[in-house]
Each structure stands twice: as C-alpha cells, then as structure tokens.
Design a protein. Sequence first.
Length: 377
Amino acid sequence: MSKQDLSFMQRALTLAERGRGRTSPNPMVGAVIVRDGHIIGEGYHQKVGGPHAEPNAIRAAGTRTRGSTMYVTLEPCSHHGRTPPCADAIIEAGISRVIVAMTDPDKRVTGAGIDRMREADIAVGVGLLETETRHLNRSYIHHRLTGEPFTLLKMAQTLDGRIATKTGHSQWITGEEARRHGHQLRSEADAVLVGIGTVLADNPQLTVRHVEGRQPRRIILDSGARTPISSHVLNGEAPTTICVTDAAPQDRIKSLLDAGAEMLVLPTDSDNHIDLNALKRELGAQQILALMIEGGSQIATAFLKARAVEQITCFIAPLIMGAGLEVVGNLDTTDVSQAIRLHKTKIEQLGNDFLLTGQPIYAPPITTSPHHHITTY
C-alpha cells in the first residue's frame, strides 16, 4: 500500500467517525472514491436505517466511478437488510479496485462481500488502518464476537479516590469541561446504568445535556422494584428499563409499568443479587452494543468483581478530600498481584481535571468471601 492509499483511508476513517452515536446497532463506516489521484466522491453511514457509506459515496461521485478505487473502513455487506447489498452497488458502479480496512467481524457474513467483489474481477486489498478501525468500532466488534455489549465503567473521583464526602456530598467533584465530556460519552452509549442506591440518593436524570446527541436507554438495577414513581428516570425523556428479580413485589412492578418503565426480570447470582453476566447477555440480545456504567461505588465494585467491564474511564479532580466514600469497594484482593491492572492507557487534561482511560486486565479468579455482600441493587 502506498502513502496515497494511507491518506485516502485515513480520510475514510475520519468520515466514519462523523456517525458516532447515531449508527448503532450498525458500525461507523466511511468511504472515499478516488480517480486519477483525486477524490471524486465520499460518504459515511449517517444514522441507523439510512444508506450505508458506500452508496452515499457512489451517489456523490455521480457518473465518474468506472475504473476508480474505493477506500472503505469495513467490508461491504453482501446481504439484503434495511438497504441493498453494498457489494452489488460497487460492482454496478464499475469500481475496479477496493481497499478495505477490515473484514466484517460477524462470522455469519465475514468475507462474503470481499468474495463477491473478487468474483466480479475487482481487485480487493484488506488491512489498511485495521487497528484504528477496530478501535473506532470496538463496541460493534465486541457485540458481534460475544453477543454482549462493550461495557465502559465511568468514574469520577478526587486525587485520593473519593466520590463523595463522608456526609454524601459530591456536587461537583469535577469541573464543567469534564462533566461536558461525560455527557458526550453518555450520548455515544446505547444505554447508561445505575443502581437503585444512586436513584434514591441522587435522583439523577441520566439524560444527555450540555452536548448534542441522542438519549440512551436508562437501566436501573433494582432487585426489589423500589424506584419511586416520581423519579427523574421515569420522566419520559428517554426509555427506562428497571431490572428486578422474581422476588420483586408484583404491585410495585405494576406501578412502574404504569409509569412507563419497561421491566426486565433477571436471575440472581450466588449472593442473591442480579446476575450481571445474565444482564449483559440480555442487553446484547436487545441490540445494546455500548453500555456505560454510571453507578456509585457499589455498582462499580460489583461489575469489576464480575469481570464485566471492558473499559474504564476515570475523571480525576485535583482535590484531596480525606474521609469519604471510596470509588471502588472491597475486591477481596490480598496481594498486589491480584489487583486489576489497566493497559493501553491514555491520559488527557480537561480543564483542571484529568481523564484516564484504559482496558482492565483481570488477575486469576479470586475466592469470594462468604461474608461479602452488596446490598444496593
């Protein structure tokens, strides 16, 4: 591949990112059509249900596509869905060369689009900027490979690891720029999740504000259906799912249904709490690709103990609070080697705060103490 190929694929990747937060459960895809070294058409998948990147680029190029090269960030589809097969559109447009960043991770269709184009005597290359494309569509890829949502744990803490004072006061630990970035992350998620403890203590809205974007589904872990009918999460501004167990009172379930909530009954784990892995499987079946955890210490601890987190995003304020509520509770670690470590870390500054992101690496399983209980969800 040449430097020119790299430049055009980078442009396709930039276009793909314009669809962030609007394409799920589809991936973000960008396409660029080049002839004689010049871009003659480009497009991206703008929103779910709309045309894919390839036909948008072909339409922009008009009648000049014959003999051209297309750069596209994901293997063109070969099946009929909401839109016709993109591989067929490329063949019909007379495009003679296609450079694909990565094959479709869905094992049911992977390679089919490439095979169809090659059968039509189109020269196809694969793998240019694949790493960058995989990062862009990590939620889509994770869902296709596991059937579960890519789960991001968002935390905000002081320098000494506190999320609230000992009296429970927490507004605001981080500054305006960090909070705005948090809303941006929320707008890119398919669903945001908190526990009943957060609902009762803070009465959060869990909606996107301060930035433009869609409203994610609100998910409340509430084993006993204790969510108050007057809660902001039932204000109708976004869909809300309340997760309960079989032990939840039927009259409370009916009241929440009447208030507009959707109810999801889930099995319990060995501690008689909602089984978080069962929750993730159910959300994946509902086409939730990106899940953001925004609960407090108890929820963060529970998801980390269940090894149910794929990425951690931690806002760190330059404050020292002393005594207060810790960001993560007991993980039953008795040795440093048992700690959860982050890799592929990145640090950036947001105003006076810092944002640390990374992927957790879990140590070998730890035997859970029979006396450890989490009681807020």
